[in-house]
Design a protein around this ligand. Structure first.
Ligand code: MG
Length: 392
């Protein structure tokens, strides 16, 4: 039955056994929020945030009207009223929420509601977002060779070359190179590495770059970006420090390449700052941090008014990957989504937690057809990797 009320909301905390707490892998742990309706159907979403804290934000007793547990607001409610619930949850957590982790937790709930309602209606989640605005999903592959940690630049570039080769065999037609080389290279040497990167991907592949917040002075970033303009780079990510909005504006106004921002942003309000003050060309909010599909769509609509694209960040499990596909399916100004592919980076949760994993063919993934998000949790992975509350 459509609109079958919510009877339970639970959070499953999962953690990879081999996680490196000092590494850069956002998929080392996750908080999956599962919303169950009266007829036993369930919807899932995840938060890209400290998982134990998300569990507490969902389960906590109400403190007062502006500091409530998410579960307490949701139980008994009609999941079909996604926009209303999103607004109520925002208000009900505004003391401790509003930005950051409160919004990250809300993101998981919002995606889970889209999954659940899609299942109630027997329709893919993107149809709840207004329907398809494109023929297929177009992911780009992120090629991250891991931390520098004692390696030479030659070894780093060899590792990136191997990843690029694999990405092209997997069917990608767009690749982002993570040129997170820190002090291993000077800016002048970095320019040479980027030229080598263009050679590695070939002329027919879209090339993106992630600099991992390399610069503190926009003029230093300009020096490098100005010297790679002939490499036909689609966008440059994480150039300056994340909160240096004025620096981003100066840089974006002076280079031909698209400058990105906002990968850590929560809500349309933060993204508005990135548009009006940061003046970036591409917003990169993450569906599992920015406020879910509801908020990501609001962000995309605002960005469209500024002539800006939204190319969401995504480095989590298959739940986030699926939510991104539905977002892109329904969003005209989302030319790409980041795809953290399990064959390009070793991640237990990315590989094992969800299925099925769609194939990339000639750079595209067909529009999803299954109800809701179209992915399910693997019961054995949940059993093995879930962490009970209160475990030290
Ligand atoms: Mg990145």
């Amino acid at each position: 039955m459509t609109g079958a009320p919510i009877v339970d909301v639970e959070t499953i905390v999962l953690r990879a056994e081999d996680r490196d707490g000092a590494g850069l892998d956002g998929s080392a742990e996750t908080a999956i929020v599962r919303i169950v309706d009266e007829e036993g159907r369930n919807g899932i979403g995840e938060a890209d945030a400290p998982a134990e804290v998300v569990r507490e934000l969902v389960a906590m007793d109400d403190a007062h009207a502006w500091s409530r547990g998410l579960r307490s607001v949701l139980v008994g409610r009609d999941p079909f009223e996604i926009g209303r619930l999103h607004a109520e949850l925002y208000e009900a957590t505004i003391y401790h929420g509003r930005r950051g982790i409160g919004i990250h937790a809300l993101s998981a709930v919002d995606v889970a509601l889209h999954d659940l309602v899609g299942k109630q209606l027997g329709r893919p989640a993107y149809q709840l977002l207004g329907g398809a605005r494109r023929e297929a999903v177009t992911p780009y592959a992120t090629a991250y060779a891991g931390p520098v940690a004692g390696r030479t630049i030659g070894e780093m570039m060899d590792a990136i070359g191997a990843l690029v080769e694999r990405a092209l065999v997997l069917g990608f037609r767009a690749v982002k190179l993570e040129v997170l080389f820190e002090d291993l290279v000077s800016d002048r040497e970095l320019v040479r590495c980027i030229r080598e990167g263009r050679r590695l991907v070939g002329d027919d592949t879209v090339l993106m770059l992630d600099f991992g917040y390399r610069w503190r002075d926009w003029r230093d970033a300009l020096w490098t970006l100005g010297r790679i303009e002939d490499c036909d780079v689609y966008f440059c990510e994480a150039t300056l420090q994340h909160d240096d909005l004025d620096g981003h504006a100066r840089l974006a106004g002076r280079v031909g390449t698209r400058v990105c921002g906002a990968e850590f942003a929560a809500t349309v309000h933060e993204c508005r700052e990135w548009l009006e003050r940061g003046r970036v060309d591409v917003l990169q909010p993450d569906v599992s941090r920015c406020g879910g599909l509801t908020e990501l769509r609001r962000i995309a609509e605002l960005a469209a008014l500024h002539g800006v694209s939204v190319i969401p960040h995504g480095w989590k499990t298959g739940v986030t990957a699926a939510a991104q596909r539905h977002f892109q399916a329904a969003t005209p100004n989302a030319p790409w989504i980041e795809m953290f592919h399990p064959a390009l980076f070793e991640s237990t949760l990315r590989r094992e937690l969800t299925g099925p994993e769609p194939a990339v063919v000639a750079g595209t993934i067909p529009l999803p057809v299954e109800p809701g998000l179209g992915v399910t949790l693997d019961a054995r992975a949940v059993e093995r990797l879930s962490v009970a509350p209160g475990r030290p």
